[in-house]
Design a protein. Structure first.
Length: 152
């Protein structure tokens, strides 16, 4: 399931809802991404995330479908926020669940790596020095590239 929203979410409530009534799930992995107050050593007062509605949901659905193709995932959830967020606010939630933990761990890691590099979001950071667009990082590209090989 994919949701792109401006409003905050409750990670605990999302996890409970995903698992409700599911006795086939043996392992669940959750990643919660949060706005930090520092980026590359610079002060961050806020971050604004922009996206193209429709295109973003399609890209996230494609990324989720790839994870479901590669691993035996019984349930998954991606919630990604947009708009102006301040340090301490949650940006993204990824939950994967499977009968066995290894598939849930790998699928969650894959989803985060691909979301970071392939999801069409643009980030504008506000700090003491003004505003600046966040550029992609080589380290994020390297992390995502390890998944380029087809996995079971």
């Amino acid at each position: 399931m994919i949701r792109v929203q401006e409003d905050p979410f409750d990670a605990g409530a999302e996890l409970r809802q995903l698992k409700a009534g599911r006795t086939d799930i043996g392992g669940t992995v959750m990643f919660l991404g949060t706005v930090r107050d520092l980026s590359g050593g610079a002060d961050v007062r806020a971050m604004t995330l922009e996206h193209y509605p429709g295109m973003t949901e399609k890209a996230l659905a494609d990324i989720e479908a790839e994870a479901l193709r590669r691993w035996p995932i019984d349930a998954s959830l991606i919630v990604h926020r947009y708009g102006r967020l301040e340090p301490g606010e949650d940006i993204v939630l990824v939950i994967t669940a499977s009968a066995h933990r290894e598939a849930a761990f790998e699928a969650c890691h894959f989803l985060i790596d691909w979301l970071k590099t392939k999801a069409p979001f643009w980030k504008l950071e506000e700090g003491a020095e003004g505003e600046s667009w966040v550029e992609s990082k080589d380290s994020d590209d390297a992390a995502a590239s390890r998944w380029d090989k087809d996995r079971p």
